[in-house]
Write a protein that binds this ligand. Structure first.
Ligand SMILES: Cc1ncc(COP(=O)(O)O)c(C=O)c1O
Length: 355
């Protein structure tokens, strides 16, 4: 590649974050969530790097699961949204995929397909996005049983596990435990925030995603999350430097105005690469280990940064947008979004470089 805009992916960091998740839930099995291109880190490379340690991988769609199978990944694979047609049920069964079943319609598709892939039955314990109502679980199990379909795991998903002071997770857990009592099924509830902050939710299978990539799902400091290692460093280079007199403005909409004679660096990354379009003036970047705040509107292919405190900055200098030195959560907070969106939104124009 000639343009030096790259996402460096540290696969060792992902393995170490996975080991941390496992050590926090020593009595649970761990299914590594690698949907959405492994949150932007490259699904196949991440799966290959983890296939000897992860008992299973979770993806959102059957297409993602088939991509893994076609690439020779033989680990158990769970499709978190399941499928909606009996044709897709057949494809899932013939590729040995496990399917989340979250609706009566999906149960009927499975029965119509006359196949019996492994099924994780999803229960809506209060998030009201996907899952059977607790009162419908017993009938759903009977219907599946009559169709010769074996439920492997009962699962649910938390809406507020990242809010440690909220009672919502406790209530969801209560509802889930009540709905699954007596079913005799293994259970799964915990996403990253619950792995780190709600040990009582760990149950038989934990399902961490975001933490595997090295960022905390919390907005506050949580001790268990301090050991996470950022797996992605998004970096680029300075491609132009100019002086701007006090009072002059920079970039689209003239949204940054120099309060003093300033030095502005232009960096070869923009929103078409996945850098957030809404990042405001002052969003942190780093040049040669020192802060160089964003100055001006993010363009499609470039950003401008304030290098006034960098007398030594030169064209070609490396700029870190996020990574070990700038938490992606910090950039996300400045831009009014979450790190999940920034990581998974790094576009295909940005080469991933693995180590
Ligand atoms: C059903 C399900 N389980 C687990 C996860 C992993 O969540 P997190 O990335 O917060 O760990 C997700 C992610 O959205 C999910 O949808």
């Amino acid at each position: 590649m000639y343009r030096k805009t790259e996402a460096h992916i540290d696969l060792g960091a992902i393995r170490s974050n996975f080991a941390l998740a496992c050590s926090l839930a020593p009595h649970s099995k761990c299914i590594a969530v690698i949907k959405a291109n492994a949150y932007g880190h490259g699904m196949l490379r991440v799966a290959e790097a983890m296939q000897d340690v992860a008992k299973a991988f979770a993806v959102a769609t059957i297409e993602e699961a088939l991509e893994l199978r076609n690439a020779g990944i033989n680990n158990a694979l769970l499709v978190l949204q399941g499928v909606t047609t009996s044709t897709a049920c057949k494809v899932a069964a013939s590729n040995n995929l496990s399917l989340v079943v979250h609706s009566p319609e999906q149960i009927e598709s499975l029965i119509e397909a006359r196949v019996s892939p492994k099924v994780w039955l999803k229960i809506d314990s209060g998030m009201h996005r996907l899952g059977l109502a607790p009162g419908d679980v017993a009938n759903a199990c009977k219907r599946l049983d009559a169709g010769g379909i074996k439920v492997q795991v009962a699962c649910t998903h938390f809406a507020c596990a990242d809010a440690l002071d909220s009672d919502a997770t406790r209530q969801q857990l209560q509802s889930f435990n009540a709905a699954t009592a007596g079913l005799g099924l293994p259970r799964s509830a915990a996403n990253s925030a619950a792995v780190l902050g709600w040990p009582e939710s760990h149950a038989d299978w934990i399902r961490p995603g975001y933490m595997l990539y090295g960022s905390s799902p919390f907005r506050v400091d949580v001790e268990a999350a301090r050991k996470l290692q950022a797996a992605m460093t998004l970096q680029s280079e300075i491609i132009a430097i100019r002086t701007v007199p006090a009072g002059d403005s920079v970039g689209y909409g003239a949204r940054w105005t120099a309060e003093r004679p300033s030095i502005i660096g232009t960096v070869a990354i923009g929103y078409a690469d996945g850098y957030p379009r809404h990042a405001p003036n002052g969003t942190p970047t780093q040049v040669n280990g020192r802060p160089a705040p964003l100055a001006g509107t993010v363009s499609m292919d470039a950003i401008t940064i304030d290098l006034t405190e960098h007398a030594d900055a030169a064209i070609g200098d490396r700029v870190e947008l996020w990574g070990p030195d700038i938490a992606v959560n910090e950039v996300a907070a400045a831009a009014g979004t979450i790190g999940y969106q920034l990581l998974s939104g790094v576009s295909s124009r940005v080469p991933r470089i693995y180590s």
